[in-house]
Design a protein around this ligand. Structure first.
Ligand SMILES: [Zn+2]
Length: 339
């Protein structure tokens, strides 16, 4: 990608599964390119004035464009893949909503075309690039078609198939690999507060083998374990009590827990494979025989529609009660016929 410390072209697209560190890599790439005194391997020195600006988030030649909701809601770290985006990057152009708007791209004009750079690159990091709506994409495309001098666009994308082909074709595309399990485990061990390898292995599985997502899950691990223990025992499961116990937690996260659990129920019944909860294999193998696969599938679809609502529920407890009553209904044939 880099030749003699320079990037070919004016735009780079880093694409790959969420939670594998694309954003952190993109930031490090920017820091290295802006560094005044890079090492022989082109890595940032960490000491120069540029690296200092960068770490204090005041670098005049670096801008991050992101949807505001991703920055303000840490629960989105797993679901929406902000990949550890720091909540208070000072140079971030904030806009409400989950999209990157055309005004955010237009506001780049001064930075891209006018402001004097320090000598060397000016860098715009857009994450995730698929959050750009149509108008924003077209505005960016114009900039990519007539690339300004010494400006580098770094696009980070978890879903590159949602990007305009015309944007992709103007980027040097780099597929970011998922780290292998051992490397991911070692990184998790170093990054998290625990040395409990069994727990870390469970978190890694639950995250879909994305180490950054696994680290985020570590914080909610206790609550998650309790939740799984309660929904395992469907015969004692009390939907109203569960809603009462969980309504203070992040609802998006709770819906995701249910999605992953039900995914495993369905997957185990159909193919025998358990992806997210290998430690709960015995429970899943028993439970999945008790619910009709088409009912579980319908429930998963229902959870998908609820995932969007979970950000702004009118009544958290009622919201969860409906989810849990339907869940319990999966295992009582007389009820599941009604849903
Ligand atoms: Zn430096």
């Amino acid at each position: 990608m880099m030749q003699n410390g320079h990037i070919r072209g004016h735009a780079v697209l880093l694409k790959g599964r969420s939670g594998i560190g694309k954003f952190i890599f993109a930031r490090f790439l920017a820091k290295s390119l802006l560094c005044k005194n890079p090492a022989a391997d082109h890595m940032a020195c960490g000491d120069c004035v540029s690296c200092n600006w960068f770490e204090r988030q005041t670098h005049p030649d670096f801008v991050i464009i992101s949807p505001e909701t991703m920055l303000s809601d840490p629960a989105n770290a797993v679901q929406s893949d902000n990949e550890g985006l720091p909540p208070n990057e000072s140079k971030i152009k904030k806009k409400p909503g989950q999209h990157i708007s055309i005004s955010q791209i237009r506001e780049l004009d001064d930075f891209v075309y006018l402001s004097g750079h320090q000598s060397g690159y000016k860098i715009v990091l857009i994450c995730p690039a698929e959050a750009m709506n149509g108008a924003a994409s077209n505005a960016l495309l114009k900039k990519l078609e007539e690339p300004p001098e010494q400006v580098l666009f770094i696009l980070v994308s978890h879903q590159p198939h949602h990007l305009l082909p015309t944007i992709k074709s103007r980027c040097q595309q780099i597929a970011m690999p998922v780290p292998d399990t051992e490397a991911a485990m070692e990184w998790l061990r170093q990054s998290s507060a625990t040395n409990d390898m069994d727990k870390l292995r469970a978190l890694l599985a639950l995250s879909g083998y994305s180490p950054l997502a696994a680290l985020a899950l570590a914080e909610s691990h206790e609550a998650h374990r309790k939740f799984i223990d309660s929904i395992c025992r469907v015969d004692q499961f009390d939907p109203l009590a569960a809603a009462e116990a969980l309504h203070d937690l992040d609802l998006v996260m709770t819906v995701e827990w249910l999605q992953k659990w039900c995914y495993d129920l369905l997957s185990c019944r159909i193919s025998g494979v358990i992806r997210f909860h290998p430690d709960d294999e015995a429970h899943i193998r028993t439970l999945c025989q008790r619910a009709a696969p088409q009912s579980v599938l319908a429930y998963l679809r229902f959870l998908n529609t609820r995932q969007a609502l979970a950000r702004h529920p009118l009544q958290a407890k009622l919201f969860l009660e409906e989810l849990f009553i339907r869940y319990a209904g999966l295992f009582t044939p007389a009820l599941s016929g009604l849903t």
